[in-house]
Design a protein around this ligand. Structure first.
Ligand SMILES: Nc1ncnc2c1ncn2[C@@H]1O[C@H](COP(=O)(O)OP(=O)(O)OP(=O)(O)O)[C@@H](O)[C@H]1O
Ligand SMILES: [Mg+2]
Length: 197
């Protein structure tokens, strides 16, 4: 999307994104975790941050719920607002990648189009899509925030998996069903994948 204003120009600085990445001694990437509520995105995202940090990497988690307390506090869960939520998060991930950081984004991001937009904003070569394929019945049994119960009673509208669709990724880089894979095993497989890229 083009900027609304036409009378703006980019100003180039004297430090490149390569310079910043070299200073940190790493290659920036965005690990985009998608899946139903309670599929394990935040749990795995923050465990991955911990593991990467212990391996000497500078990273940052962009967690959907956390961003909705600040940057995205004005957005709801309609299709348009979810898209804007993802656009802002992807733009933030792009800035943090430009700063040299490894970004871990943990958002339901239920629509293929919206994830494709995130990939386009961040850049195909930097975007790693990880699908948490945990079945709905497991997510609903876990229900750590009590949201499925409320959605089933009709107290929450447009709840992904209940009253709003989730579009399965067609070609994710990795897939984990967290009802079958233990947290630290998933994290190890993600780290191996990142190291192989
Ligand atoms: N193998 C596993 N991997 C990840 N999470 C697991 C696993 N086994 C059990 N869990 C539990 O499942 C729950 C996953 O919740 P979590 O908040 O991480 O989901 P989420 O995908 O971030 O949901 P939301 O979209 O609502 O933010 C946690 O309570 C976690 O402890
Ligand atoms: Mg979460």
């Amino acid at each position: 999307m083009k900027p609304k204003q036409t009378n703006i120009e980019r100003f180039s600085g004297h430090v490149s994104s390569g310079d910043r990445a070299a200073l940190l001694g790493q290659r920036p990437l965005t690990v985009w975790l998608t899946g139903l509520s309670a599929s394990g995105k935040s749990t795995i995202g923050y465990a991955l941050e911990r593991r990467l940090l212990s391996l000497g990497h500078a990273c940052y988690v962009l967690d959907g719920d956390n961003l909705r307390h600040g940057l995205n506090r004005d957005l709801g869960f309609s299709v348009t607002e979810r898209r804007e939520n993802i656009r802002r998060t992807a733009e933030m991930a792009k800035l943090l990648n430009d700063a040299g950081l490894i970004v871990i984004a943990a958002l339901i991001s239920p629509r293929r189009d919206d994830r494709a937009m995130a990939r386009e904003i961040i850049g195909d070569s930097l975007f790693v899509e990880i699908y948490l394929s945990t079945p709905l019945d497991t997510c609903e049994q876990r229900d750590p925030k009590g949201l499925y119960a409320r959605a089933r009673c009709g107290e929450i509208a447009e709840f992904t998996g209940i009253s709003a669709p989730y579009e399965t990724p067609l070609d994710p880089d990795l897939t984990f069903d967290t009802s079958r894979t233990e947290i630290h095993a998933s994290v190890s497989l993600i780290v191996e994948h990142l190291q192989s890229r």
